[in-house]
Design a protein around this ligand. Sequence first.
Ligand code: CO
Length: 288
Amino acid sequence: MKEFAKKSIMFHSKISKILSFTNQTFFSKNIFISSNKLFSSKNDNNNTKSSTSEKDNDSKYGVCPAGCTLHNHKFEASYNRLIEGNQKYVLEKTMNNPNYFKDRAQNQTPKYLLIGCSDSRVPPNEMTMTEPGEIFIHRNIANQVIFSDLNCMSVLQFGIEHLKVQHVIVLGHTKCGGIIASKNKEYKGIIENWLQNIRDIAFMNKEELDKCKTEEDYFKKLTILNVKSQVLNVCKTPYVQKAWANNQKLHVHGWLVDIETGLINDLGVTNKDWNKIKESYEFNFKLI
Ligand code: CO
């Protein structure tokens, strides 16, 4: 416990130095060392409503910590807990390894590239217990791989050609809002352009989807079909095919996570499906 308290005090002094250097004294009054808490503040607890009056919040969070003067909004504990959470995170990570961040700042050599959904309930690192630097991540609504999407294509090219990732994973999830919205006929603007791709998958697999007895089954089936389709799209890209032509070690996987259990299921969809469509989509890089 003594060692623990010593480290906490060292961390506190480090944070104070950072705060004084950046002239942001905003958080310093929230940080104090307690004998039985890692890191604490008057507003930092699980029951903010009962412990902090609105008046306290106004005086404490009335000024934007970023110096924004555009509007007179009140900064609430729900916003500031993110920065406080980050300070706890840094403390936890550096407690046993003071160079934790410095080591990672040198470069990144991730073995995995993951394309997931933007859904806030599907955080790739947390769900796979991986550390910063281990997974190169791209996320969008319903984990789409669309060839005209400059963002996704750039991530794939950079990840495969430069970072030399060994695994590309498309991660779909149950109860995906994008999948569910694709069945809704109400027009909601530009998001419909994005969802059109999922509607195409539903249209092309109508016979199989019609066999689903419940709506839940239907959405789960469509989610799996969507993952399979995006896995094939990954395989169709020149970056993947070029890597395979050069005998670069690269596997493409499709996963489904059940957000009610947190468990990931490897759908085992890569090679056999690619072999079926290879003739129509393959580029011959060996001839170039
Ligand atoms: Co989703």
